[in-house]
Design a protein around this ligand. Structure first.
Ligand SMILES: [Zn+2]
Length: 288
């Protein structure tokens, strides 16, 4: 009798251990909200095997917030993806590289030459210049990668990042934004599409190349939710969840000249029920 109980207990214990060992892959994705009145984009992801991924990172003013998350997650960044070198995307990145000893293990970005920025977006070419200067920093020089379209970066068991679009030097309107790196994060069978700040022209390029393959469960709304990707692209993405890196005034189209309300209407028409908007503060979601 006693040995039967012992065998039963042992069997239960083995089953529990097996369940713990095959714990399914999941990520926690946080959309960080702006710490000033300016719009920006910053995401941090922690994987179930404790890897940290940062996407862009926001303005320099958001650096303390980002640092707090990174410290909480082990004080290192395993993968840092940068969509494009506008300061509302790379300001905090520059500060962390220049003024901290936080270890960054891999940096992925795609951008054009400084000359190209000088010619095509002279007003903000200094932002690219500051970014390029930081990429020369000895402590990160060897971990910088410029991926190609079609590359798949394996982050862990059942987590992959697929590069859909890199810089587009041929597009010279809304130049820097249209050269955003676009990628899809696959977690098990779920997908998150990161659009950066792509505009109409880069949307057309994506639509022509991928069509229905743009379908994703979650999408980051391009250019903070206004004057970014076009309606046709969002129709093809057909998301269940939208992430809006968008402060209150932008969400409400306070200046009256922005396209946020139009974009919101498109998403409403697609029947999307879950919108996470940065105006409501930092939001963490689990994807598994
Ligand atoms: Zn931008």
């Amino acid at each position: 009798m006693k040995s039967k109980i012992m065998i039963s207990l042992l069997t239960i214990l083995i089953i529990v251990v097996i369940i713990l060992l095959i714990k399914t892959t999941q990520i926690e994705l946080t959309q960080i909200s702006a710490r000033s009145n300016d719009s920006m984009m910053s995401y941090i992801i922690r994987t179930s095997d404790n890897k940290t991924i940062v996407i862009d990172g926001g303005l320099k003013i958001e650096v303390e917030t980002l640092k707090q998350y990174i410290q909480e997650y082990g004080n290192k960044v395993d993968y840092w993806f940068i969509t494009h070198p506008h300061k509302d995307h790379v300001g905090a990145f520059i500060d962390i590289v220049e003024n901290t000893d936080i270890e960054i293990k891999n940096i992925y970005y795609s951008a054009n030459t400084q000359e190209w920025y000088n010619t095509n977006e002279p007003k903000r070419a200094n932002e690219a210049e500051e970014f390029y200067k930081t990429l020369q920093n000895e402590r990160i020089k060897s971990v910088i990668k410029t991926p190609q379209i079609g590359d798949v970066i394996k982050i862990g068991k059942n987590i992959n990042v697929e590069i859909l679009q890199t810089a587009s030097p041929e597009i010279t309107q809304n130049a820097m934004n249209n050269s955003s790196m676009v990628f899809k994060i696959h977690v098990n069978d779920k997908s998150i599409l990161i659009l950066g700040d792509v505009g109409t022209e880069a949307s057309e390029k994506l639509i022509n190349k991928y069509g229905k393959n743009l379908k994703s469960d979650i999408v980051q709304m391009s250019h903070h939710g206004q004057s970014g990707a076009n309606e046709e692209l969002y129709k093809l993405v057909n998301p269940e969840i939208c992430l809006w890196p968008c402060p209150q005034w932008l969400w409400d189209n306070e200046p009256g000249t922005l396209k946020t309300l139009e974009t919101r209407k498109w998403i409403e028409n697609l029947g999307v029920k879950t919108n996470y908007v940065a105006k409501d503060g930092d939001i963490t979601i689990t994807v598994k």
